[in-house]
Every structure is written in structure tokens, then in C-alpha cells.
Write a protein that binds this ligand. Structure first.
Ligand code: NIG
Ligand code: FE
Length: 472
């Protein structure tokens, strides 16, 4: 039996029709009516709509109904599987102590400058065995699945040296092979300057003496070429923030990455305007530094070219600017222009992070929507600033604190998040031929997904046409 027939759905939010931006951000392409169905065959969507119509389409394909495993949606809504486009999935240790220091007034970047924050997770992660990291990753992925996530991006960035970063990427690839959640690996060597560079900048090869410059040189000359040779990472990311990596340093790293065949995304303007949004827009198209470079030599690029078969799905270039808690006016305008020019950079907003950091200030989501910038939402799952595994919770925070409508939030965690990963031709909507990644919710409307604050209403989760989670 290789078919799946979901029956008795109370609604289907198909998200059909591609990337959402501006007014279309709120169009979830909902099919409503009684007795709706979704049919899948061989891991792909075959048809979605009224039960009669779906049955006719199954017959038209010459497929016997008894070859379909049947699932009763009990009047619940069906949506595409959720896509979490920004996670720091693999790490060791927790940071509840730092969280409590912050609630007594310590700043996030102050803690980092004092050698804590990201660097305490780096120390714990370097010391952890593969088995420990895999065990933590699996436990978190189980909970993400139970919250409706079927695809997630996963960054390295807690090793900050060649061997350790390659190990994290290898472990991400291993967890993705295990499934059911599919992972998109991102190299984030430029997440922080590691302690050994702060103590002794001559640890790096080259003439630089400033610790950050010395580490940037190592990322470009040692880490990136090794990551490209390994061929696992699809994206390169940088923490572009005043006091961490400057826009100029980020540009050098990202252009070198593009030359090696990696697509780009970046942590941009999380806490202060740092030129990140402007840089993302600048790198939306033609991001490479070296015209003679041959990015298609990277095996990961070949896979991406094969996956991104829809015109408009940018293959190289910057697909996502993330956080954007404090973008400049010029940055918002630049992202608007990139979208109008047909090379959209998705604004991937992470409201759980702002909330957990105790900020009473959130990314200006409505400004992005008004400027025609496609908006995605992600968990930013990490032990310092966002220990959550739930995209529905992130949707709730986005609705309450950023003024998104539930439909805008749903586009943000499906088709737009898929686009930001270069996967909009494969996942993120319910359309014939696309991968059959689905959630059957225990609630009948999309509004009720973020409305039930902090509870998971995902009842059945389907990955490539197979039910992989069932709450009963
Ligand atoms: O996206 N801002 C930088 N990186 C992560 C936090 C990582 C950490 O604190 O461990 C983020 O929020
Ligand atoms: Fe992050």
C-alpha cells in the first residue's frame, strides 16, 4: 500500500500559489466545506478537495481505493507540515542561570563579552560526545514533530573550529537521514569569536591582530573551504550585529561562501541596526566575490539546483534575513526593493527570542508586510535566547505582539519558510505533485492554531505520505 487518504477534514489550508508577500501574506488558500479529503500517493500529494472530487481523481489515475491507508481527520483542519527555518538544533547544556541573570538586568551581549552566553554553550558542545549531541537532537526533534514541524533548518555554530563545525554538520546530516524530520544544514562558524582567539589572536594564520579579524580570517581561509569540501551545508549564516561581526566582516564571509556554492542567510539587526538588512538585500542576487569561482562544483549546490525547480526559487544568493528586531529604515526599504526586483529575501522573524530576552520590542512585522517583504516565522530554538520547540507558540506570540493575523502567521511557517530554505517547489503547500508533508489538527480553523496558547493541537503528522506522529 503506498497511498494515504485523509478523510472528513473540516477545512484544508492549502497555501497553494507560491511565496506570500504584502496583501497575499494573509491568503492561506483555504478550501472549506464538509467532508474534505487529501490523497497522497508514493509520498506526494495526489489531490485535495471535496471527497467526491478526490475519489474521482484517484479513479482517473487508475489507482484502486483499497491501496490507500485511510485516516479520519474528525473534522479537523489539514495544513502543510510546518517548516522551522531557523534553529540551533544541536548543542549541549542549558543556560537557565544566564536567563535569571538577565532578568536581574544583565544584557545578552554583556554576558557574551564576559565569555558566557554562546561561549558557554560552545564549551559544553565541544566537550560532548557524538552520542550526547545526537540524543539531545533526537529528543528535541520528537517534540518539534509533535508540534507539527516536518522540516527544519539546523545550524552549526557551537564549535567554532574546523573539526568541531564539520562534526556538527555531519551530525545534522545523520539526524536528517534518520528522519522523519528533514533537516537543512547551515554553517554558522561566524556565530561568536571563540575564547582562544580572544586570549591569543596569533592563534590564527595571517597578519590580523584584532581577535575578531583574526577569527574572520580563519572562517574564510580554513573553515569555509573545509565545509565546502565536506558538501553537507547548504547555507552559510553569520551573526551580523554591532559588537559581534560587522556588516563588512559579514559581507566578506558571505561572499566567500557564495563562491563556494553555499546559499546565504544571516542573523541581521537582532538588537541594534547593524547594516544586516541592507547587506541581505545587497546579496540577494550575484553574491559572489570572485567572478571566476565555480559554485556548481559543490555537491550541496547540485542538490539545491535539483530541488529548486520552480522559476523564482533563487538558487544562490541570500534567501533570508533573520531576527530584524531593530532594522534601519534604509534596511526595510532595501528588502522591499529586493522583493520588487524579483529576488526576494524573506524576513524570518523570531518573536519567541525577543519575548524570552524580556524585550518589550518586537520586529516590525507590519512594516515588512507593508513594504512587500515576505515574512516567515521560526523558533530560533537555542539554549540561550529561545528554548522552544513549538512553531504554534511562535505564531501565538507573533499574533499578540507583532499584530500578525493567524493566516499571515500560517503563511509564515509554511510556504514562506520553505522559500527561505530554497524548498518552495517541494514543500510548504498542499498542491498535486509536492511532497506529502501534512498536519491534521485537532481544531477546525486555522485561527485556533495560535489561539490555543502553548498547547499543541497537532493530532496527526504526515511525512512523505506516511503518518509519523499520532496523538490518538
Ligand atoms: O539567534 N543571536 C545569536 N544567536 C542565537 C543565540 C544563540 C545563543 O545564545 O546560544 C540567536 O538568538
Ligand atoms: Fe539564531
Amino acid at each position: 500500500m503506498s497511498g494515504l487518504l485523509i478523510e472528513n477534514a473540516g477545512g484544508i489550508a492549502t497555501l497553494a500559489g507560491g511565496l506570500r508577500r504584502g496583501p497575499s501574506q494573509s491568503d492561506a488558500a483555504v478550501v472549506s466545506g464538509e467532508s474534505l479529503a487529501v490523497a497522497c500517493w508514493d509520498g506526494r500529494i495526489l489531490a485535495a478537495g471535496t471527497a467526491d472530487d478526490v475519489t474521482r481523481q484517484i479513479a482517473a489515475k487508475g489507482l484502486p481505493l483499497n491501496a490507500f491507508h485511510r485516516v479520519d481527520a474528525r473534522g479537523g483542519l489539514v495544513t502543510p507540515g510546518l517548516v522551522d527555518a531557523h534553529t540551533h538544533l544541536l548543542f549541549a547544556g542549558t543556560r537557565e542561570g544566564e536567563w535569571q541573570l538577565r532578568s536581574r538586568g544583565a544584557g545578552y551581549l554583556e554576558v557574551l563579552a564576559a565569555g558566557g552566553g554562546i561561549l558557554s554553550t560552545v564549551a559544553a558542545t565541544r566537550a560532548a560526545s557524538d552520542a550526547e549531541l545526537l540524543g539531545g537532537g533526537r529528543a528535541r526533534l520528537d517534540q518539534m514533530l509533535a508540534n507539527g514541524t516536518t522540516t527544519a533548518e539546523a545550524k552549526s555554530g557551537y564549535a567554532l573550529n574546523v573539526a568541531g563545525e564539520l562534526r556538527l554538520l555531519e551530525l545534522v546530516a545523520r539526524l536528517s537521514r534518520e528522519g522523519p524530520i528533514e533537516l537543512v544544514p547551515t554553517f554558522l562558524g561566524a556565530h561568536a569569536v571563540p575564547a582562544e582567539f580572544r586570549a591569543d589572536p596569533s592563534a590564527a594564520r595571517g597578519p590580523a591582530t584584532d581577535p575578531t579579524e583574526a577569527y574572520v580570517a580563519e572562517v574564510i581561509s580554513e573553515q569555509l573551504p573545509a565545509v565546502a569540501r565536506q558538501g553537507i551545508a547548504r547555507f552559510c549564516d553569520v551573526f551580523c550585529e554591532r559588537g559581534v561581526f560587522s556588516a563588512d566582516q559579514s559581507r566578506r564571509i558571505l561572499r566567500a561562501a557564495a563562491d563556494l556554492g553555499l546559499a546565504l542567510r544571516l542573523h541581521a539587526d537582532e538588537l541594534a541596526p547593524s547594516g544586516g538588512a541592507e547587506l541581505a538585500a545587497e546579496l540577494a542576487a550575484n553574491p559572489g566575490a570572485n567572478p571566476a569561482a565555480n559554485p556548481s562544483a559543490n555537491p550541496a549546490t547540485k542538490a539545491r539546483v535539483a530541488a529548486a525547480s520552480t522559476p523564482g526559487d533563487a538558487v544562490l544568493g541570500c534567501l533570508s534575513a533573520d531576527h530584524l528586531g531593530a532594522p534601519s529604515e534604509a534596511g526595510i526599504a532595501a528588502l522591499g526593493r529586493a522583493a520588487d526586483a524579483g529576488t526576494p529575501v524573506v524576513a524570518t522573524l523570531l518573536p519567541a527570542t525577543s519575548w524570552f530576552l524580556g524585550k518589550h520590542h518586537f520586529a516590525p512585522a507590519r512594516r515588512f508586510i507593508d513594504a512587500g517583504v515576505p515574512v516567515a516565522l521560526a523558533t530560533d530554538l537555542n539554549p540561550g535566547t529561545s528554548p522552544t520547540l513549538s512553531l504554534p507558540l511562535v505564531m501565538s506570540i507573533a499574533c499578540v505582539e507583532m499584530g500578525l493575523s493567524p493566516a499571515e502567521a500560517l503563511s509564515a511557517v509554511t510556504i514562506n519558510a520553505a522559500y527561505s530554505l530554497g524548498l518552495a517547489a517541494e514543500i510548504g503547500s498542499i498542491e498535486p505533485g509536492k511532497q506529502a508533508d501534512l498536519v491534521v489538527w485537532s481544531v477546525p480553523t486555522l485561527e485556533q492554531i495560535p489561539y490555543w496558547l502553548g498547547g499543541s493541537q497537532a493530532r496527526i503528522v504526515v511525512k512523505r505520505g506516511i503518518p509519523v506522529f499520532d496523538r490518538g
